[in-house]
Every structure is written in structure tokens, then in C-alpha cells.
Design a protein around this ligand. Structure first.
Ligand SMILES: Nc1ncnc2c1ncn2[C@@H]1O[C@H](COP(=O)(O)OP(=O)(O)OP(=O)(O)O)[C@@H](O)[C@H]1O
Ligand SMILES: [Mg+2]
Length: 406
């Protein structure tokens, strides 16, 4: 029975026996197989023959202290085979006592765990790699987040900058367009003064003749007439300077006022180009700056006149109509100047879009007009073009005036 046990243990385990000094007295075949030494080479040697240089001597001290104290020692030990390879064994060293309780010899039972240890090490290595990878990833994510955040911040800054630039540009365009109409208006002043100047010249000549006759009554009449002529001249100047005054206070005013102003400024052009303008205006008040609406109307009338000329239209009609409902005022300017091509219709409000020769148009008129309608009046401007006719419709919200504002 005992023999069978012994055989079973010896077949499945690595067994060795040493005397009390650690000198090997027995080893089984399994020991030889794993260590690569023959029995001959091992018997009579100390166990240190398979000692691995990695193992600190403190471990051996612990082993000897334990077994000399007649206790069982258990550990997983790293060993060195004859061919220099490493093997791991789970080791149990049992001190065998004689009948008096003294240590007679030591039996060591081991089993091979090399594969498990290698797997364990490989696993640990992988785990470590994974952990490092993880840490790297975290670091990378952190870096990328920071980069993105910075990008975002600079983007916000850049967007703000672009907006500011854009506003600046619109401002410049606004004045560019106003300056363009300035030339037009100066020509108009000159024209409107020519006639009264001739009249004045004539009146003063008459005055000279009458003065010689001492006709006090006639002198008085001529004086009043001259004063009247000069008042008219001065009014013309007044109108134009008013138009260019940078009055920036919004107030309630009648749309008709802006229409009259626009027509009076374009008077010379309208007459010389033989354009008939009909105005059908209800009494509607809106909130904003009258000069700005005049500028829109001037732009629209000028566009119509340009088209009349370009398309050689003989009967030139412009109809201006003002209506309102509960919430909006509608200003419609319609011409029969030939219409707008469908392909251009969607571009006409873009800055610098023009179908005219560079000397005739900058393509800013409608862009500025739209800007004024939207920003200055909270409104909209739309275009319809069919049957060789074009209508621009401006829709402006009505805001009730209160008495203090006027
Ligand atoms: N009443 C209209 N009839 C036909 N085409 C028009 C009319 N109004 C505008 N357009 C077209 O729209 C284009 C853009 O008009 P916009 O007033 O913006 O610029 P422009 O008149 O060409 O130049 P600018 O007004 O700066 O001198 C014109 O070139 C023209 O082709
Ligand atoms: Mg124009």
C-alpha cells in the first residue's frame, strides 16, 4: 500500500532527498528530466547546483531557518537547468524526524509550474503594456481636448474678427454708395440754380432801369421777387445739405416725405430722361431715419432710369405706391423698363453684382438698399419681375408712435 503511494507520488512529482547538510541523497527520474542532469551528476551534490542566480540568499536563509525549526517550507522557486534554461517549481520541503524527534533528512516534493509562470509573466507584461497604452491614450485624449479647446477659442476670436471686418466693410460700402449719389446731386443743384440765377440777373438789370425812374413801388416789387428767387435757391441747398447731414436719430415720419425728397433730388435726371413718375401715397408713418429711406428710393429710381436708357424704352413710367395694413407699410416702386433676367434675379442684392459698365454701376445700390431696409427699418425688400416690368416692394413694420417722440 505504502509502496503504491510512493510510486504514485514519485511518478507525478519531482522528488529529492537530502541529508541534514543539504547534500542530495536521492532523486527521481522527473528531477533528472527537468534539470537536465543525470542521477550521477546530482547525487552527492548540494541543491545549489540548480540554484538560479536571480534568487537572493535571504530566500535560502528563510528556507533553512524554517526546515531546521522542523517546519514545512513551501514556495515557488526559480531554478536553473543544466542547459542554462529557467524552470519554476512549486516546492514543499518536509523535514523527516527520527524516533527521538531529531531531523534525519529532508524530502522535497516539487511540481513543474514553468508554463504557468511564463504565462503569468506574459500576462503581467501585457497588462502593464495595456496600462501604459491606457495612460498614453488618456494623455493623448487630454492633449487633443486641449488642442481642440484652444482651436475653439481662436476660432471664436477669428469669427468675431471676421464679423467686425464685415461690419466695417458694409460701413465703407454704405458711404461709397452715398458718395456716388453726391455727384448726381451736385449736378442737380447746378441745374436747379441755373434758371433762378438767370432770372435774378434779369431782375437786377430791370432794377437798375427802374431805379433811374425812381419808381419806388416797382423797386419794392422787384426787391420782393429777387428775395423770393434767392429763398428758393437757398431752399435747394438746404434740401441737399439735409440729405447729407449725419442725423442718426430714429423718429416717426411720413413715407411720402422720403419719396418727395428722392424725387426732388433726382429732378433733373427725371426731366431730362423724360420719365413720368406717378405717386399714389397714403398717409403712413414709420420709424427710422427719413434720409435713409430717401436713399433707397433714389437707388431704385436710378436703377429704373438706367434700364430705360439701356433698353431704349420710349414710354417711361414709374409708379410709386404706398399702402398699409394693420402691421406693415408697403412701398412699391414699379417700372416698365424691360425686367430683370431670371438668372440675375437672385444675385441683384449681392454686393458688387452689376450688369452695367464699370463706369455706370458699382453693384452696391441694391445691397445698400437691402441693408437699410433690414437694419434701419427692421423690414424687407423684395423684387418681382415679369412682362418686362419690375417691382421692388419694401415691407416695413409699423411701430406705434408715442407723443413724446415727436
Ligand atoms: N429696375 C430694374 N430693372 C432692371 N434691372 C435692374 C433693376 N434694378 C436693378 N437691376 C439689375 O440689378 C443689378 C444690380 O443693381 P444695383 O443697384 O445693386 O447695382 P448697379 O445699379 O448695377 O450699380 P450701382 O447701383 O452701385 O451704381 C443692376 O446692374 C441691374 O442689372
Ligand atoms: Mg443701382
Amino acid at each position: 500500500m505504502f509502496k503504491q503511494y510512493k510510486e504514485a507520488i514519485e511518478k507525478s512529482n519531482i522528488i529529492s532527498k537530502t541529508d541534514i547538510n543539504g547534500v542530495i541523497t536521492f532523486i527521481n527520474d522527473e528531477f533528472c528530466k527537468i534539470s537536465g542532469y543525470t542521477k550521477k551528476e546530482l547525487l552527492g551534490q548540494k541543491h545549489s547546483i540548480v540554484r538560479h542566480p536571480d534568487i537572493p540568499s535571504s530566500k535560502f536563509k528563510l528556507l533553512w531557518d524554517t526546515i531546521k525549526a522542523k517546519k514545512i517550507y513551501k514556495d515557488t522557486v526559480k531554478n536553473l537547468a543544466k542547459n542554462g534554461s529557467t524552470f519554476y517549481v512549486n516546492t514543499t520541503v518536509i523535514p523527516i524526524l527520527d524516533e527521538y524527534g531529531n531531523i534525519e533528512e529532508f524530502i522535497a516534493i516539487r511540481y513543474d509550474v514553468t508554463k504557468e509562470i511564463f504565462y503569468k509573466h506574459a500576462l503581467e507584461k501585457k497588462e502593464k503594456e495595456l496600462e501604459e497604452l491606457n495612460q498614453n491614450l488618456e494623455k493623448k485624449v487630454e492633449e487633443k481636448t486641449k488642442e481642440l479647446k484652444e482651436l475653439n477659442e481662436t476660432l471664436e476670436f477669428r469669427v468675431a474678427q471676421e464679423i467686425a471686418k464685415n461690419e466695417e466693410k458694409q460701413h465703407v460700402m454704405f458711404w461709397q454708395s452715398r458718395l456716388a449719389s453726391l455727384g448726381e446731386m451736385l449736378a442737380n443743384i447746378a441745374h436747379q440754380w441755373r434758371q433762378p440765377l438767370t432770372e435774378l440777373n434779369l431782375t437786377i438789370f430791370t432794377l437798375k432801369k427802374v431805379a433811374l425812374k425812381n419808381d419806388i413801388q416797382e423797386i419794392e416789387r422787384i426787391y420782393l421777387e429777387s428775395k423770393n428767387i434767392m429763398q428758393n435757391m437757398s431752399q435747394t441747398i438746404e434740401d441737399f445739405t439735409n440729405f447729407f447731414k449725419p442725423t442718426k436719430h430714429k423718429h416717426h415720419f411720413k413715407i411720402g416725405k422720403s419719396i418727395d425728397e428722392a424725387i426732388s433730388i433726382l429732378n433733373k435726371l427725371i426731366l431730362s430722361e423724360k420719365v413720368s413718375i406717378k405717386v399714389d401715397c397714403t398717409n403712413v408713418e414709420i420709424l427710422g431715419i427719413p434720409n435713409e429711406l430717401s436713399q433707397v428710393i433714389i437707388n431704385l429710381i436710378k436703377n429704373s432710369i438706367d434700364s430705360f436708357i439701356q433698353n431704349n424704352i420710349v414710354t417711361r413710367d414709374i409708379n410709386i405706391e404706398v399702402k398699409s395694413d394693420k402691421n406693415y407699410a408697403y412701398l412699391k416702386i414699379k417700372d416698365n423698363a424691360g425686367g430683370i433676367k431670371i438668372k440675375d434675379k437672385y444675385k441683384i442684392f449681392e454686393p458688387y453684382f452689376t450688369t452695367k459698365h464699370a463706369s455706370k454701376g458699382t453693384g452696391l445700390g441694391l445691397f445698400i438698399s437691402q441693408m437699410i431696409c433690414e437694419k434701419g427699418f427692421n423690414g424687407f425688400i423684395n423684387v418681382k419681375s415679369q412682362n418686362l416690368m419690375t417691382s421692388f416692394i419694401i415691407k416695413i413694420p409699423l411701430i406705434k408712435s408715442n407723443n413724446y417722440e415727436k
